[in-house]
Design a protein around this ligand. Structure first.
Ligand code: MG
Length: 359
């Protein structure tokens, strides 16, 4: 028996034609629970759709085209337009963030595979210094800074076991400072380094689940500098008097900036500006940002914790890097600048100059 409303119902063929999708696609959406027919004839099994479902059928088709997973499509379809719009925007921001990570990884691999062989480059060496200071407000220093002939590292620990976490992460990398590159090569080495640092942080934090650390490190391979970065410590390059930020903060606030939901000015005073999206917390090793740099004689690299960048403007950092030739003096001057600005956090700096090796 048919009710009055059934007279408006469309067969699957008519509905498919009206929404310009194939009956096959509609049957699939039904099976996937994305778009159920308004009625299924119990005798024949024929599917009938209401004209009001046309809009949703188109939406499902577009969302599938967008690459949204089925669960996400179901969720969006159940929402009112404004909430659905928010959900789609959030989905796309996640896609872009994941793509950015993959893009950087692709660039790293391209650089790695097209790297010049060591013997064809000018022999270069590093001149370096590092220091960590508690600042003016905190009683404890949870930062760790290190500089050696092959390795520079800065780690900013947090949580009750923040100090042992940051020092364990850096200690786990220190063997890289003396050892020649092993036979497995650079990719293997960096993977092992992050895994090793993760294990070290887990042991050091000893069950303190609130503890973890950032880690930003530069490894000299003999021909290139490999950058490993997790968290909101930073690396800068001073080249020809210009300062370049070469890391991307893994913070909630930076993600909001990237999505255009926050201005740069709002970001500097945001109450959650230190909330990390990624850190070494002893759990699953995070995927670090990896980058290879071709150093030039005269380049100066700075690694620092947010105790510096949180209070000292980049122009001042640039001026201090450009104006103090000896790395030791530079590190001291940078830390003094942060303390002059109140020193609200621990401050760590590691500076390395790239020079032609003495014959
Ligand atoms: Mg800090």
């Amino acid at each position: 028996m048919h009710t009055d409303t059934d007279t408006d119902m469309l067969t699957i063929g008519a509905f498919a034609k009206a929404c310009r999708l194939s009956p096959k696609a509609l049957r699939l959406y039904d099976e996937l629970d994305l778009l159920r027919p308004a009625r299924v004839d119990p005798d024949t099994g024929y599917r009938y759709y209401a004209p009001a479902q046309l809009e949703q059928a188109r939406l499902v088709a577009w969302l599938r085209r967008l690459g949204m997973p089925l669960a996400g499509i179901r969720q969006v379809c159940a929402l009112r337009p404004a909430a659905a719009a928010r959900e789609i925007r959030a989905y796309w921001a996640r896609v872009e963030a994941e793509t950015a990570v993959r893009r950087d990884l692709a660039a790293f691999l391209v650089d790695h595979l097209s790297a010049p062989r060591k013997d064809t480059t000018t022999m270069l060496e590093l001149r370096y210094a590092a220091h960590s200071d508690p600042g003016r407000v905190r009683t404890a220093n949870q930062d760790t800074a290190y500089a050696g002939a092959r390795l520079l590292a800065v780690a900013d620990g947090y949580g009750p076991s923040g100090a042992p976490a940051s020092s364990a992460a850096v200690a786990a990398l220190k063997s890289l400072d003396t050892a020649e590159l092993p036979a497995g090569g650079l990719l293997n080495l960096l993977e092992d380094a992050v895994q090793g640092a993760t294990r070290a942080v887990r042991d050091a934090a000893a069950g303190d689940e609130a503890a973890g650390t950032t880690l930003t490190a530069l490894l000299w391979t003999g021909a290139q500098l490999a950058l490993v970065h997790i968290g909101d410590s930073r690396a800068y390059l001073l080249r020809d008097g210009e300062l370049f930020l070469i890391t991307h903060d893994h913070t909630v606030v930076q993600a909001m900036l990237d999505e255009g939901r926050l201005t740069a000015e709002e970001a500097t005073t945001h109450p959650q500006r230190s909330l990390l999206l990624k850190a070494l917390d002893g759990g699953t090793p995070p995927v670090p940002d990896l980058r290879l740099h071709d150093p030039r004689p005269g380049d100066r690299y700075l690694l620092c914790s947010d105790g510096l960048t949180g209070v000292v403007p980049e122009e001042r950092i640039r001026a201090l890097l450009a104006g103090t030739p000896a790395p030791d003096d530079t590190v001291r001057a940078l830390i003094a600048a942060a303390n002059d600005a109140g020193g609200p956090d621990n401050i760590s700096c590691a500076v390395a100059d790239v020079r032609r090796a003495a014959a």
